[in-house]
Design a protein. Structure first.
Length: 178
């Protein structure tokens, strides 16, 4: 028996496709970074592509768990190549912020429908989006520091090495201990 509304089923399906799109964005930018010899940045972006695919699958499983129907739809094309690392990172942050807004709509609808199961499910994504925005913002800060002092690309070289082993998660304030 289906335990989500038709509207929620549709929104979750659209979000599933949106997460697949997010994965394509990271894939495309990762390939662009690798083609420009930023192997560390590419590794970071490919790693995050995997995270987005997991998000997509998490939603798929949830729709099925609630007796809904999964609709695998066309994924729109990833954006064209950025002009430099700065544009690449800023575009990614924009995508994440947009995605957070879509997650918020799901949580809002769940609240309006008193669908507490989906409300609870949505909280995981709310937290994940806080982490992702923080993570990418932090990388942009590092990029700005590196590129502001640039003389011979040495700082960008260090940033690239740094990102090869950077975590895919950021710590959110609620997890901080003082
Ligand atoms: Fe799954 Fe980065 O949104």
């Amino acid at each position: 028996m289906k335990r989500i509304s038709d509207q929620m089923e549709e929104m979750l399906n659209k979000q599933m496709t949106r997460e697949a799109y997010q994965a394509q964005v990271y894939l495309s930018y990762g390939a662009w970074a690798e083609s420009h010899s930023f192997q560390g940045i590419a590794t970071f972006l490919y790693g995050h592509m995997q995270e987005e695919r997991e998000h997509m699958f998490k939603i798929l499983k949830y729709i099925l768990d609630r007796g809904g129907e999964v609709k695998v739809e066309a994924i729109k094309a990833a954006p064209v190549h950025p002009k430099d690392i700065g544009e690449c990172l800023n575009n990614i942050l924009d995508h994440e912020i947009q995605n957070s807004k879509e997650i918020d709509k799901i949580v809002k609808l769940a609240h309006e429908e008193s669908d507490w199961a989906t409300f609870n499910f949505g909280q995981w994504f709310v937290k994940e989006q806080i982490e992702e925005e923080t993570l990418i913002n932090g990388v942009i800060d590092k990029y700005n520091l590196a590129s502001n002092q640039i003389k011979d690309n040495h700082n960008l070289y260090d940033l690239d090495k740094d990102l090869a082993t950077a975590p895919q998660e950021a710590t959110t304030p609620r997890e901080e201990t003082i």
